[in-house]
Design a protein around this ligand. Structure first.
Ligand SMILES: C[C@@]1(CC(=O)O)c2cc3[nH]c(cc4nc(cc5[nH]c(cc(n2)[C@H]1CCC(=O)O)[C@@](C)(CC(=O)O)[C@@H]5CCC(=O)O)C(CC(=O)O)=C4CCC(=O)O)c(CCC(=O)O)c3CC(=O)O
Ligand SMILES: NC(=O)C1=CN([C@@H]2O[C@H](COP(=O)(O)OP(=O)(O)OC[C@H]3O[C@@H](n4cnc5c(N)ncnc54)[C@H](O)[C@@H]3O)[C@@H](O)[C@H]2O)C=CC1
Length: 161
């Protein structure tokens, strides 16, 4: 054990406001994952990827193309700080802690109330993967293997009747 373990809580996000600060590669990956669970996502960033613009245009997420401000968190259940400015990410962390909001900082595993998992889905089965912040590439490799296993198990669907 090189780090403490985080409990895999399965939570209903469908009616909760999620604020993502940052609109780059990592924010885009995470927003796409969150969209499998909720439509209540607001992305705030002066620069967004084309995919986020498109999701905003389609009305699947709300986009705010501007720098973040403190009042953006007032209605949030959960905040993801995913900017490329680690000082700003830390400031977001402090604000959220003061306001009692769950926060995740993508640039610092020590500033995370929760980790963002690798996600595997097959129908009703949802598997979240973490390597406890120790080896991110390992988390990705396990996620790929687990997804392949779920696809494989799906073929034996009849044996669960
Ligand atoms: C602790 C955690 C906190 C959190 O952010 O929630 C965190 C933290 C950090 N990641 C960093 C880097 C990378 N992370 C990935 C990949 C993933 N990282 C994910 C989760 C988490 N990442 C949380 C739990 C991690 C765990 O379980 O161990 C996954 C599972 C989910 C997702 O991100 O969607 C996803 C797998 C995607 C998939 O399954 O495909 C890659 C590889 C890649 O992108 O291909 C790299 C580059 C290679 C490298 O650096 O290893 C850095 C350094 C940033 C910097 O350099 O500034 C930090 C900061 C730090 O370590 O302090
Ligand atoms: N946890 C993880 O899985 C990983 C985390 N990272 C971390 O995530 C961070 C983001 O990575 P990328 O998405 O690749 O960066 P990126 O450079 O693609 O995007 C950065 C985003 O931050 C936004 N931003 C900058 N200032 C802002 C402000 N004042 N208000 C709101 N948004 C602002 C930019 O407009 C842009 O959309 C990196 O700095 C790195 O520390 C990187 C790789 C993996």
């Amino acid at each position: 054990m090189k780090n403490k373990r985080y409990f895999p809580l399965y939570v209903d996000l469908s009616d909760k406001n999620i604020v993502v600060v940052g609109g780059g590669t990592i924010a885009t990956r995470r927003v796409k994952a969150l969209l499998l669970f909720t439509r209540n996502i607001t992305v705030i960033a002066p620069k967004m990827t084309a995919d986020l613009w498109e999701l905003g245009k389609l009305g699947k997420i709300q986009i705010q193309p501007r720098p973040v401000k403190k009042s953006d968190f007032s209605m949030a259940y959960m905040v993801l700080a995913v900017t490329n400015n680690s000082e700003l990410n830390e400031e977001i962390y402090r604000t959220c802690k003061e306001e009692g909001i769950y926060v995740n900082v993508a640039s610092d595993k020590n500033l995370c109330d929760f980790y963002f998992p690798g996600i595997c889905l097959k129908d009703d089965i949802v598997v979240g993967i973490t390597a406890s912040g120790v080896n991110h590439k390992k988390a990705k490799a396990v996620r790929e293997k687990m997804q392949a296993l779920l696809e494989e198990l799906e073929k034996d669907e009849d044996s669960y009747e």
